[in-house]
Design a protein around this ligand. Sequence first.
Ligand SMILES: Cc1ncc(COP(=O)(O)O)c(C=O)c1O
Length: 436
Amino acid sequence: MKWKVEETPTQKESRLKDVDQSRDLAPGDKPDRLFSQPLSFEEIKEKSDKFLVNNIKRAPVAFYFGQGEYLYDTENKRYLDFLSGVAVTSLGHGDADFVEALREQADRVIHTSNLFYNQELALLAEALVSYSFPGRAFLCNSGTEANEAAFKLARLHGQKKGNANRIVTLENSFHGRTVAGMSMTGQAKIHKGFGPLLDHMHYITPNDADMLEKEIDQNGHEMCALVLELIQGEGGVRPLDLEYVRLARKLTQENDILLILDEIQTGMGRTGKLFAYEHFGIIPDAMTLAKALGNGFPVGAMVIAEKHCDLIHPGVHGTTFGGSHLAARVAYETLKIIVTRDLLDNVAALSDYFFRRLQSAQTTIKCIKEVRGMGLHIGIELDRPGAGVVETCRDRGLLVNCTAETTIRLVPPLNLSLESAAEGLEILEGVLRELK
Ligand SMILES: Cc1ncc(COP(=O)(O)O)c(C=O)c1O
């Protein structure tokens, strides 16, 4: 099953004209007619600070409306969104086709449980498999849950292989916050306070081919899986080398070890291919997805290659919410929009623009040490902590974030326009240029 690019430039123009006019705001318009009683920012902050579990430091802003690549806060200030809810809302905000599918499905049926067949889930699984590799899909609700499923798959493979429980991941990786997600994550700061975590976990240095070879040579018989992010997202937008990934594929294949790719941040077109592994000329044994899969609606998935599908049979894993009619429908619609509007083409063109402009900025802006990434998954390594840059950009109407202390991360929507890309880079370069 495959879709065709459906949209000609004329059709695109007419689609944009047809967009619900009530969402079509001119800069400076206040869309308050949509909200009968919006709280002020102070009220939102007061309630949040009093009643929410204090697990995260929030920036002093609350959004209440989004349109395309723009968000509006409670003071009606407009922001250009280069963060996309941390690589999630890849179609931007309020996409008419996406919202229509969500509304239509919510109206018809939202959830019936996995005790029954479900058309939307069947179609989504077919689409995910058709666009990745032959196999089967499992649907859940978040990235960490997808990795939890992958962890169980790995251990099942290890049992079949013969008490091979060792799972190897990379230092500086991030795989989520559940116990298995944390255990797979190669960062002491994420583990701190929760030990003892799961055992038979081991972390190796990214892009160190000798270490990888040595690890598999010595411990391959005990290993059930090698888990990789092809670009370490939370770890500072650090891509793995092509040769390293190919070597990893070769050695895992030779030693009956599952190669599991965490494509939670890199998947669904973010890097210019639907899945990042396509850049590396390899096929994994399994991959996990979440983030942009539902364009903001919580959906996670694990896709397993055909050869390993019989590891999972009724009773070994499950979920109440995963793959509900609504979740499956929005994920299906998101994938369909990415393909039929040829958004990967837009990612390639914009990526070229971002990298050329940022690399040229690097020659004159002293605090930029390196520009890394792929597609619209971009990291700007600074010679100092980036929190202040994020704050000043936000004050000037641009949303970005900082990961791994010193990396400014840009993950704008895949359908960003060239004009908006230029607008955002103008702000960012201005802020970086002013740094002493
Ligand atoms: C590569 C990767 N894996 C897993 C996760 C965890 O996903 P979630 O926050 O949906 O549980 C993230 C989240 O940032 C991620 O970037």
